[in-house]
Design a protein around this ligand. Structure first.
Ligand SMILES: *[C@@H]1O[C@H](CO)[C@@H](O)[C@H](O)[C@H]1NC(C)=O
Ligand SMILES: *[C@@H]1O[C@H](CO)[C@@H](O)[C@H](O)[C@H]1NC(C)=O
Length: 395
């Protein structure tokens, strides 16, 4: 194609994109046709925590408070459980928004106006008392209930109900991932069978449903709810269950544990069913399901396609060696452990959490959304989503 005609095609495409953007009716901004969110409020666990656990614990919040955490991006430990940015970081960067303030790091309205992150490493969907009454010890005394009451505390600071709704209706709410710790505390960390853990699924999903309902009641117009990650692909669980499952216990394509992935799929089926009900009950709110399961499984099954090396079930950082490079007693950052030379070639950072490179791919998938009649996305405009994705290097 000659340069001029190529230019004309490009111009035509731009016009088409602009027309599509104008025609689209996008949640999050009712004042003009340009889709916009002003800030992010996020809930969750260590996959989303950008500094709360650091403030919660006098001893400083575990491994993520020490090197080599943060070595790739912030160049220092920030409390993020990764070598760099988390999914929430990439999402705000794509949308051109500031990084939300970790709730426990702020005090006044001014600290929170640009968004708040309520996620705490180790947090559970279910209440602390649920575990304690069963003789189980949660990692931290923080559940989704705590995080919702923190949201209410923050909204109070913004003044009248009308002022609060002005804030909530122009914000993007991110509820999860949450639930990994529940499954882990209830069973996976104690060698219980997957069958025993399954009983917890409806309760955990009900806790997520309850936050989404609360958030909608505050005036949210867009809520993203990420599903469960493929638990059976986690180096930590692969190492723990090694030798206890026969060859038939592994998915031949991914090498992941089939029963644990089955648990994650069960969680996600229940979650999607519940979200469909919420969409019917709240047609004015865009409730977006983010399919982390499919995204992470894709990275594991086709690593080269996404720029990862060929053994995606091996943790980058830690002292375990072997097939998964994971050992609880030689966790990433402990004396005698080391990080791999290039974390961007790995999916798993420390056997439990993702590398920055994997988090970027997950954010890319969240921003793209899954298309379908009953699956709203963050914007109805393809051009807008492409612009967001381009900003963080997805395309
Ligand atoms: C979370 O809520 C529980 C139950 O109300 C409470 O016992 C706990 O102290 C709260 N955690 C924090 C960090 O405030
Ligand atoms: C789980 O089982 C494995 C293998 O039988 C054992 O080595 C490990 O100590 C057990 N872990 C717990 C927490 O009981």
């Amino acid at each position: 194609m000659a340069p001029l005609s190529r230019l004309l095609v490009a111009v035509a495409l731009l016009h088409a994109a602009a027309a599509a953007a104008t025609a689209s009716n996008v949640h999050g901004d009712h004042r003009n046709s340009k889709p916009r969110y002003d800030r992010v409020f996020s809930f969750g666990d260590s996959l989303t925590d950008t500094g709360n656990a650091l403030h919660l614990s006098p001893s400083g919040g575990g491994p993520a408070s020490r090197p080599p955490y943060g070595e790739t991006f912030f160049r220092r430990p920030t409390g993020r459980a990764s070598d760099g940015r988390l999914v929430v970081d990439f999402i705000v960067e794509a949308l051109g928004l500031p990084h939300p303030t970790p709730y426990l790091a702020g005090k006044a309205a001014a600290d929170f106006r640009r968004g708040v992150n309520f996620a705490v490493g180790g947090a559970t969907a279910l209440d602390v008392h649920f575990f304690e009454s069963r003789g189980l010890a949660p990692f931290v005394p923080v559940s989704l209930n705590n995080q919702t009451s923190w949201l209410k505390n923050v909204l109070q600071l913004f003044g009248s109900a009308k002022e609060q709704r002005k804030i909530t209706s122009t914000s993007l709410f991110l509820v999860g991932e949450i639930g990994v710790n529940d499954y882990f505390i209830a069973a996976l960390g104690r060698n219980r069978t997957v069958g025993e853990v399954k009983a917890f699924v409806p309760r955990i999903v009900a806790a997520i449903r309850s936050v989404v309902t609360d958030v909608i009641a505050t005036g949210a117009s867009t809520v993203v709810v990420p599903g469960m990650i493929p638990l059976g692909c986690e180096p930590q669980l692969l190492a723990q269950y090694k030798g206890t499952v026969g060859a038939g216990g592994y998915d031949p394509e991914s090498g992941c544990l089939t029963r644990l992935n089955g648990l994650a799929e069960l969680h996600n089926r229940e979650l999607r069913r519940v979200l469909a009900g919420l969409r019917r009950a709240h047609p004015g709110t865009a409730i977006v399901y983010a399919d982390l399961y499919r995204t992470v499984t894709d990275l594991v099954v086709s690593p080269a396609k996404y720029g990862f090396r060929s053994r995606p079930l091996v943790a980058c950082c830690g002292g375990g060696g072997g097939a998964y490079n994971f050992d609880d007693t030689a966790f990433c950052g402990a004396v005698g452990t080391a990080a791999c030379a290039d974390p961007s070639e790995y999916v798993s950072w420390d056997g439990v959490h993702f590398t920055e490179a994997a988090n970027r791919r997950i954010a890319c998938a969240v921003l793209e959304g899954s298309h379908g009649a009953d699956a709203p996305t963050l914007s109805n405009s393809w051009a807008t989503m492409e612009a967001w994705r381009r900003r963080i290097g997805c395309v």
